[in-house]
Design a protein around this ligand. Structure first.
Ligand code: HEC
Length: 499
């Protein structure tokens, strides 16, 4: 059977099962809409593989003369350099095509395969010491043979680690690296997703696990999960807390849940599902694209999707939340306009709330979350939808907006590494990484260090590259940095320690 035929069948199967949100992803997998534009207009001078010809310079494998960012590349294409033989394309190509070509070139430069999600690329965990700008470090194995789709780790004060696996549930990894049986009595995790492109699209997943800041006194463990409605295949984010005693989940309380009418058949993949505490009695939770499409309800303050919510750690809504007095708005909303918020971290030293968010093709972001602000999805994005459409859904949604009123990302991560979770490092083992953000990524399989000066990222360093999809990053009580890796052959936990 031909590949196109398989993709066609898969599309029918997926649409038939209600996952319309991923239709465009699949449709564009068969064909990159911008590869043809490149082949037709650019390859003659720059070569089919961007390698250059006597008529045009290479566009990969070297620093670009006029700037490497997707924005700079788009400017080069648009304005051209007529004096040196590069036509200005703004007259012949539309802005969407130019943006798409800039994405294609920046992806190939970064060596990010557009559809290679690295779910089964060889696991490459280096054994020897590794050099970085500030510290020599090693990777130590902590646990192997986990489910291929883990989501979150929470190191316990005694050195054990709480672990969630999306389709299984909650368990504990011992200091010797052995995984316990599933903790009994938590809400069920569901394992009936569809597998496509080696990614799994399911509903009813176990997502983040986090310890209350006073865990040692009160024993509260928080779980963020996709709650399935009874006898139906719909799900929606829900936050609960409970305690673990003798392998059982007890004392469960609901901290945040959405109205039953908001549950959908959209997969939990873009649901966000993270948790963070401010240490002053509040908990934040991220909810991503869980509406009927990846645009649905994100800009609507009456719906829970595409929002970061804030509640007291017992679930009460704080009286000083930004939309408490706004008729029709959900009172738990803290910020809105988010797409797929995969990382959320409140920095208790600076009082800043950071979030990482996956864009579509391009447009991954690091954001600084300020109460009541709009982060723009799906009105605008530096990325494009997978089918090549620019992100400007304001028109379809009938929303008028001023670009000035939307918060811009602190970091535009284009091309998309598929940024995942991160920490603000404050451990004892890596003194020169204090206060830095250390972030994982899935598709790019990288661990990156972002150095902050106030609210700006002033330096970036890639600490690890090409090891495996990094789903979660946490600091252990020992000051080591723990990474949760996703892989078809089994998930793993490894830790970075100084060499
Ligand atoms: C007729 C030949 C020709 C064609 C067709 C052409 N280019 Fe170029 N392009 C050049 C040359 C020559 C340069 C180098 C200009 C310079 O260095 O001053 C260049 C430079 C560039 C640069 C800037 C490189 C840098 O070092 O910063 C980009 C980006 C680029 N081209 C993209 C494209 C894209 C995309 C297309 C197709 C839409 C395209 N070019 C079509 C000849 C061409």
């Amino acid at each position: 059977m031909s590949r196109a035929r398989i993709v066609g069948i898969v599309i029918v199967a997926v649409v038939g099962s209600g996952c319309v949100a991923i239709y465009s992803l699949l449709a564009s997998v068969a064909r990159d809409p911008f590869a043809a534009v490149y082949a037709e207009n650019c390859a003659v001078c720059h070569g089919a593989e961007l390698e250059g010809t006597p008529l045009g310079t290479p566009l990969a494998g070297r620093d670009l003369l006029y700037g490497d960012s997707a924005d700079a590349i788009a400017r080069s294409i648009s304005d051209g350099f007529p004096a040196t033989g590069m036509p200005a394309w703004s007259k012949t190509l539309d802005p969407g095509q130019i943006r798409g070509l800039a994405l294609l070139i920046s992806e190939r430069r970064a060596n990010y395969g557009r559809t290679d999600f690295k779910t089964d690329a060889p696991l490459a965990i280096p054994e020897g010491p590794l050099e970085s700008e500030q510290h020599r470090f090693r990777l130590e194995p902590v646990a192997r043979g986990l489910h291929p789709l883990p989501f979150s780790i929470a190191p316990l004060p005694d050195g054990r680690i709480l672990l969630t696996e999306k389709t299984r549930g909650l368990s504990i990894v011992s200091t010797g690296g052995e995984q316990s049986e599933l903790i009994q009595g938590t809400p069920p995790a569901h394992d009936d997703g569809v597998e496509l492109l080696r990614l799994v699209f399911g509903r009813g997943w176990m997502m983040d696990v986090a310890l209350h800041p006073d865990y040692e006194e009160n024993g509260w463990v928080y779980l963020h999960f996709g709650d399935r409605c009874r006898d139906c295949a719909k799900s929606m984010n829900k936050l609960i807390r409970g305690r673990i005693e003798g392998g059982r989940w007890i004392d469960q309380q609901t901290i945040w849940q959405a109205d039953a009418s908001t549950y959908t058949r959209t997969p939990d993949m873009g649901a966000g599902g993270r948790i963070s505490f401010d240490g002053e009695g509040h908990v934040f939770l991220s909810v991503g694209i869980k509406g009927r499409s990846n645009h649905d309800g994100i800009q609507d303050l009456g719906l829970p999707y595409g929002k970061v919510h804030r509640v007291h750690d017992d679930g009460r809504v704080p009286a000083d939340n930004p939309f408490v007095g706004v008729p029709g708005a959900l009172k738990s909303i803290w910020t809105y306009g988010h797409r797929s918020p995969q990382g959320l971290e409140f920095d208790r030293v600076t009082g800043r709330l950071w979030s990482t968010e996956m864009g579509p093709r391009g447009g991954d972001e690091l954001n600084l979350l300020r109460p009541g602000r709009n982060y723009g999805w799906p009105l605008t994005s530096k990325g494009m939808d997978y089918d090549g459409t620019p992100v400007e859904y304001g028109k379809d949604l009938g929303i008028e907006f001023d670009l000035e009123d939307l918060e811009q990302p602190v970091l535009d991560l284009t091309p998309s590494p598929a940024v995942s979770s991160f920490i603000v490092y404050r451990g004892s083992r890596f003194p020169k990484w204090q206060d830095d953000l250390i972030a994982g990524s899935l598709k790019a399989t990288e661990l990156t260090r972002w150095v902050l000066e106030g609210e700006e990222v002033v330096h970036r360093e890639t600490l690890l590259s090409g090891i495996a999809r990094i789903r979660d990053v946490e600091t252990g009580p020992d000051g080591a940095i723990y990474l949760l890796l996703e892989h078809a052959s089994g998930g793993q936990i490894v830790r970075l320690v100084p060499d």
